[in-house]
Design a protein around this ligand. Sequence first.
Ligand SMILES: Nc1ncnc2c1ncn2[C@@H]1O[C@H](COP(=O)(O)OP(=O)(O)OP(=O)(O)O)[C@@H](O)[C@H]1O
Length: 258
Amino acid sequence: MNSQAKALLEVSSLSMRFGGLLAVDGVSLSVMDKEVFAIIGPNGAGKTTVFNCISGFYQPSSGDISLDGTSIARQPSHQVAQQGLVRTFQNIRLFKSMTVVENLLVAQHHQVNTNLLWGLLKTPAYRKSEKEALQRAAYWLDQLGLTALANREAGTLSYGLQRRVEIARCMITRPRLLLLDEPAAGLNPHEKQELSELIDRLRREHGVAVLLIEHDMSLIMGISDRILVMEHGKPIVTGTPAQVRSDERVIKAYLGEE
Ligand SMILES: Nc1ncnc2c1ncn2[C@@H]1O[C@H](COP(=O)(O)OP(=O)(O)OP(=O)(O)O)[C@@H](O)[C@H]1O
């Protein structure tokens, strides 16, 4: 890792308090272009709270978060998303009664020209933007191996496939940084293997950086460039999988529990 390179995401001294509970206490991390960066730690360590702060769902109590040099710490989630930082959720949030392709079309609504009058008049400009949205949806369905399922209701798909649709829905907005909240939860070993390959391909072929929270150690150790270990809201160590695996504090606090 080139220490001179500029970080895509820079989180400095982030803290988040809920009443008397300091859920996140002085977390700093940086994610470089095309890096796969994982946050691990026991239940309640504060990982999801860090994610919620970064993606604009919580306003941090203190600290700063910047994306490509611009502070996003106090921006709402839709603004953060427009700047290229999008996320999935621990509990999948698809429109379950819409089809797979409709879920991908809805995701583009802020990028597609949806001027009401244009829509009513079905002007050539409106039709062109609609056609382009459909082409982009077809492209991402193909990239994620979902083409055959385009017209299936999202809620009828297996857990693993719904997670894939969620990732497609993120990628269609062309993010620079993709946040995945426990993407392997509920997946079988074969699906986990496919997920690892997918994350690697997204970064190599589509140039996206990935920040993820995950409990599956073999997946994390296999795909991450760097890992931050948290405990009780505090950062314990940041390092490569090999460094983290051999760190005494980590073994004691986390891996020792396994
Ligand atoms: N909105 C909230 N209001 C009050 N307390 C909260 C809120 N969100 C999280 N917490 C508390 O903050 C602490 C950290 O929770 P968080 O969900 O960030 O942990 P986590 O590391 O993601 O855990 P898990 O691995 O179980 O998802 C916990 O004690 C949790 O109860």
